[in-house]
Design a protein around this ligand. Structure first.
Ligand SMILES: C[S@@+](CC[C@H](N)C(=O)[O-])C[C@H]1O[C@@H](n2cnc3c(N)ncnc32)[C@H](O)[C@@H]1O
Length: 348
């Protein structure tokens, strides 16, 4: 019935209601003006007012219905959003549980690849920079050059000296040895294991200082001869002596070694400076180890011991052993590292 009335009236019902109300009021006025029944006039007026009331209530109800529909629509949209978020959460959970890592792993993989490419670019850049740097001098080369200039200024050399480089001790090492000579006693004894350019420079330092003498042990006749020639060129034969000392088997610290033949060094006493630069590593492992155990008792109190090539594993090992052991009450204390040479001081 309500639907039928709504269908009949459609959206025109407020207009029709107001028109009916107006008609009822007009009827009430006419009845009253023509002297008709007062009850009839009041009834018509009441009908008019009722129609106005119905139009007002109907309009309010319609507005409320429209608001309810809008709210319902918003609720539905909210529910759709919640459902969509839930779906996304489920999808993320599914990706996290995917053993292959899913699309997230693909993204991370792509980023890793990008990082690897950047890494390669940086390595190439670094290599380029290094190559540029090497075109100039490294810190180490500069230090050696400066030591060389210092050495020539200090000692001069008016004839050819065996070259630095290769088997020879570095200028930094020789400079330190030469400057130590100036502080040694007047009758200082300097012993060298392995002869060469260092022998000549040490002898030049002794002559300049006016004190000390050098004894170099050399296992190789060829190099013994060359060093002697160099010493003779400089007129240093009275300051330095090269002793040809073939290597012979010796057992020290429970280890077998080949070291300089004993007759060439057993007479040496009161050594103030011992430079251990031989025998070469090609002779055998830890080839320089016997120097301290065998010559310890010949060292003066406060003598300086220098071990070259201290950066090599064998020599690092030897230095550690020397520092740990006492030979007839003689011990070594660690001093400086100069270039690649480690210096020690002997105490009794
Ligand atoms: C490290 S070198 C000693 C170098 C020396 N103290 C100097 O600073 O000039 C040790 C031994 O290597 C040998 N030696 C020297 N020059 C060599 C060379 N050019 N090739 C192969 N052996 C060499 C010698 O027998 C030397 O006693």
């Amino acid at each position: 019935m309500q639907r039928a009335v709504r269908a009949l009236l459609g959206s025109r019902w407020p207009l029709l209601g107001m028109a009916g109300a107006l008609a009822a009021v007009v009827v009430a006025i006419i009845v009253a003006a023509t002297g008709g029944s007062l009850a009839q006039a009041a009834l018509a007026l009441l009908l008019g007012l009722t129609l106005i009331g119905l139009v007002v209530v109907g309009s309010s109800a319609r507005e409320a219905e429209q608001r309810a529909r809008k709210t319902e629509k918003q609720l539905k949209s909210l529910a759709d959003s919640v459902a969509s978020v839930a779906t996304s959460v489920q999808a993320v959970e599914a990706r996290q549980n995917d053993p292959s890592g899913g699309p997230l792993a693909a993204i991370i993989g792509a980023q890793r690849l990008d990082a690897a490419v950047r890494h390669d670019e940086l390595v190439a850049l670094h290599e380029g920079l290094r190559a540029d740097l090497h075109a100039t001098l490294t810190e180490q080369q500069l230090a050696e050059l400066s030591a060389l200039a210092n050495l020539y200024a200090m000692l001069g050399a008016d004839d050819e000296v065996p070259a630095f480089g290769g088997f020879a001790a570095s200028p930094q090492t020789v400079l330190r040895l030469a400057s130590l000579v100036r502080r040694l006693p007047a009758d200082a004894l300097i012993v060298e294991c392995g002869s060469g350019s260092s022998t000549v420079w040490l002898a030049l330092a002794c002559r300049k200082a006016g004190k000390g003498r050098v004894v170099a042990l050399e296992h190789h006749e060829l190099y013994a001869g060359r060093t002697r020639e160099a010493l003779a060129r400089h007129g240093l034969g009275d300051v330095a002596e090269v002793r040809a000392a073939p290597l012979e088997p010796v057992t020290v610290g429970g280890e077998k070694h080949d070291w300089y033949a004993a007759p060439q060094w057993t007479d040496l006493r009161g050594i103030d400076l011992l430079f251990v630069d031989g025998p070469p590593g090609s002779v055998g492992p830890r080839s320089r180890y016997p120097a301290f155990p065998l010559l310890a008792t010949a060292l003066d109190d406060g003598a300086v011991v220098a071990l070259d090539d201290a950066q090599r594993p064998d020599e690092a090992d030897i230095a550690a052993d020397w520092l740990a052991e006492a030979v007839d009450g003689v011990r070594l204390a660690d001093d400086d590292l100069v270039g690649r040479t480690r210096f020690f001081t002997a105490t009794r």
